[in-house]
Design a protein around this ligand. Structure first.
Ligand SMILES: *Cc1c(COP(=O)(O)O)cnc(C)c1O
Length: 378
């Protein structure tokens, strides 16, 4: 039976929002105490609530994840060359350019689409100072192997954990690995504060440095220690974060059910493979599939077919970062250096997943894909 065609379109994600009434008391507090930003009461509360929820020692809130990345590199005084992945959102490597650091791109692993540790070792030069991996789709990188390489070569590790809110391995939060991890609380992420982000670090002095960096470099009323930026989170966003935190477990559980329904329906289709969530505790932030040659349609035609049926799947991450003009001339951006990343970018499609995705809408997505699989387009 054909699923009824909806006239509204289904987006790849829809931001999670609590009931407006639940937020009003927070706003009243802000209007009462007139504290709008600069480390106000909600900011302080959210930092400690997140440290405890995420099971990490120190959280510094930011106005967004990109400024958290830029500031993390400054906090660790990174310069020269940094080894990173081309398979990410462009902010990952833009943070290097904003610090006049040269990105060196290495290939990814085919099963997780995370940076391949073996390729890291081969790319190290005397100028290399750090590694900037991404826990892509919330799947943990090979943190042990990356640490081993960093220790031998005296490199820092900054994890772009924008996708990895709440993700844990068997032992602990994956945000505890590396020197610093950054989070994004953008509207499209698992936990959102409209816009927002954070740096996770492991010692008090580092947190102090990070907090100065996001506030123009001020250490007290009259002392400016570093050339910092303004990347503070406002009280409005922090208050929303406190409210969102009450709902985030429920939101992740709903995502999990949608994720599992997709696996159930799609895993036996020839030519489609999905990227599983491999962490001990996952957040089900994305549902990426790889469409290969044995499927009836190539990725772009499946993408179009879904679009005509009102389904806006997204090709994360296509194009690769290394296809953008400010990167493509780099020696490490050559396609033959990045075969797995290029193939994955050409085959990947992220299907809609968000807590309020309705059952009929998900069935409509599944049926549209199944109808392609069963059709001979030749
Ligand atoms: C969303 C995202 C960012 C940027 O975060 P913003 O809060 O939007 O600035 C950085 N890296 C990755 C991998 C992301 O997905």
């Amino acid at each position: 039976m054909e699923t009824e065609l909806k006239n509204r379109s289904i987006e790849v994600t829809r931001p999670y929002l609590p009931e407006l009434e639940e937020f009003l008391p927070y706003l009243e507090k802000i209007w009462e105490n007139k504290s709008l930003t600069n480390n106000g009461p909600f900011h302080t509360q959210l930092e400690s609530a997140l440290a405890s929820y995420l099971d990490v020692p120190y959280v510094s809130l930011f106005s967004n994840g990109t400024l958290a990345l830029v500031s993390a590199l400054q906090a660790l005084r990174i310069s020269g060359e940094v080894i990173t992945t081309p398979y990410s959102f462009v902010a990952t490597s833009h943070s290097l350019l904003w610090n006049s650091i040269r990105p060196v791109f290495v290939d990814i692993e085919p099963h997780t689409l995370n940076i391949n540790p073996e390729k890291i070792e081969a790319a190290i030069t005397p100028q290399t100072t750090a590694i900037l991996p991404v826990h892509c789709y919330g799947n943990p990188c090979s943190v042990g192997e990356i640490k081993r390489i960093a220790d031998i070569n005296n490199l820092k590790i900054i994890y772009d954990a924008a996708h990895a809110f709440g993700v844990k391995d068997k032992k602990r939060s994956i945000l505890n690995y590396g020197d610093i991890s950054i989070l994004s609380f953008h509207a499209t992420k698992v936990f959102n504060t409209f816009e927002g982000g954070a740096i996770i670090c492991h010692d008090k002095n580092m947190k102090r440095r990070i907090d100065n960096l996001k506030n123009f470099g001020f250490v007290d009323e009259t002392t400016v220690e570093v050339a910092g930026i303004n990347a503070k989170m406002s009280e409005f966003n922090a208050a929303l974060g406190l409210l969102q935190l009450k709902h985030v477990d429920d939101a992740i559980n709903k995502r999990k059910l949608i994720f599992e329904r997709y696996i159930d329906a799609l895993s036996s289709i020839v030519g489609i493979t999905y990227i599983p969530q491999i962490a001990a505790k996952s957040n089900y932030s994305y549902f990426p599939i790889l469409v290969n040659n044995s499927f009836a349609l190539n990725r772009d035609n499946l993408y179009k077919k879904l679009k005509t049926n009102g389904i806006n799947a997204r090709r994360y991450f296509y194009p690769l970062i290394t296809d953008f003009p400010m990167y493509r001339e780099h020696a490490s951006a050559r396609k033959d250096n990045l075969p797995v990343a290029n193939t994955s970018a050409n085959n990947v499609l992220c299907l809609p997943i968000y807590p309020e995705l309705e059952k009929e809408d998900q069935e409509h997505i599944i049926n549209t894909i199944l109808s392609c699989a069963q059709t001979d387009f030749n």
